[in-house]
Ligand binder design. Sequence first.
Ligand SMILES: Cc1cc2nc3c(=O)[nH]c(=O)nc-3n(C[C@H](O)[C@H](O)[C@H](O)COP(=O)(O)OP(=O)(O)OC[C@H]3O[C@@H](n4cnc5c(N)ncnc54)[C@H](O)[C@@H]3O)c2cc1C
Length: 430
Amino acid sequence: MAEPVADLCVIGAGAAGLAAVIFAAEHNPAIRVELLDGAKTIGAKILVSGGGRCNVTHDVVTPEDFFGTRHLVRNVLAAFSVRETVEWFASLGVELKSEETGKLFPVTDKARTVLTALQTRARDLRVVLRTGHRVLAVTRLDTSNVTGTDQSARFVIRHREGETLARRVMLATGGRSLPRTGSDGAGYGLARALGHRVTPTVPALVALVLDERCFHKGLSGLSHEVEVETVVEGRSVDRRTGSLLWTHFGISGPVVMDASRFWCLARERDARAEVYGNFLPGKTVDQAREWFLGRAADTPRRSLVKLVAEVVPERCAEAICVYAGADSQQACGQVPRSLRDRLLAALTRFLFPVVRDRGWNFAEVTAGGVPLEEINFRTMESKLVPGLYLVGEVLDCDGRIGGFNFQWAWATGRVAGRAVAASLAKELSP
Ligand SMILES: Cc1cc2nc3c(=O)[nH]c(=O)nc-3n(C[C@H](O)[C@H](O)[C@H](O)COP(=O)(O)OP(=O)(O)OC[C@H]3O[C@@H](n4cnc5c(N)ncnc54)[C@H](O)[C@@H]3O)c2cc1C
């Protein structure tokens, strides 16, 4: 027997897809909702998120926490505030707690709590979940050729197990980060085939690999506050301060992850890109010199490394001294001017010898995707293909670290879920 036409077929059972089916089915319990996913078990990305704790959202979410067309991002976020998100999760049985950083996690500290709650709610709402259904193509039906019960279908979704007909389709296929979870960028191909553009996609929230001749290995595990600036073709495109983590391969930590998208985007278009670190955040080289001279005058016999270690961790101080060609044990009062200037330059404008990013297997999100301009922000419906909706990371919007990417997934899922349910209610009402 032929499968009945789905009122809504959502492709991708990640955060955005799960939110969308729940909101759609809650808003209009009469509709038949199908949720297809290529993975055998869903929610892999939710489970690994936030170090296994799932950073669900953030205390304060503003459009400035995202990269994407600002006013469109603002409108989408406004449709589902943090308070509403917290209440929604509470209604699913997931209590959230806020940490000092402003990040919100489930009180259980387990990402599984979030996934189970979403899955349970979707199941209770009779959403038909089909795992192992990798979608290969979505085509628009020429309804003039369709007869019988299929007449209402507008889309054919071809997948590994056959075909699904649907009145509405939603792409919730995610980006390209962590491809083994099932989010391997296939959704961009589906969007393109339907007529959408896709802006270049590059890893974001990703660590950076340094030239192996750099001293990073020796500092592995050390983290401290650093101001990171990205310069593209001689122009400063981003400057931010936060915790930098030295690793065996290079640099990571929130400040590097947040900055990485700029370096990756520049390299994608073959532009010259440099990443600089100021280990004395907020201080110019002149201010650093003033500090140095003052301290060297006060304690001239203090070793150079001890002096520098007043402002950066000692291991880093030692590495920077060596990098600048200084004898770290030399008395700071006796350091020649040229050496002092080299040291201060290294401290305030250190050129990280970045050779590459760590790649899709380590990136947390994707920068780039389907342009927001091609979507109606009130409904998340495509402006090009009526009946097609797009949510989550497949869109050209990425957030900084801290729960913002999930907030984007929940918010877009909610807007789309409710809108699609309302539009179906209109169509299906006698
Ligand atoms: C290691 C890691 C940690 C993270 N931690 C956090 C965090 O703590 N807080 C935060 O806000 N963000 C975090 N993120 C980012 C966040 O997980 C994503 O932004 C978010 O999951 C995107 O949701 P989505 O539903 O759009 O896509 P996804 O969660 O990627 O889901 C897409 C789904 O679509 C399916 N799919 C794709 N193509 C097809 C196809 N052709 N056919 C059928 N199914 C398909 C995939 O199998 C997948 O299940 C993290 C990401 C990673 C990788």
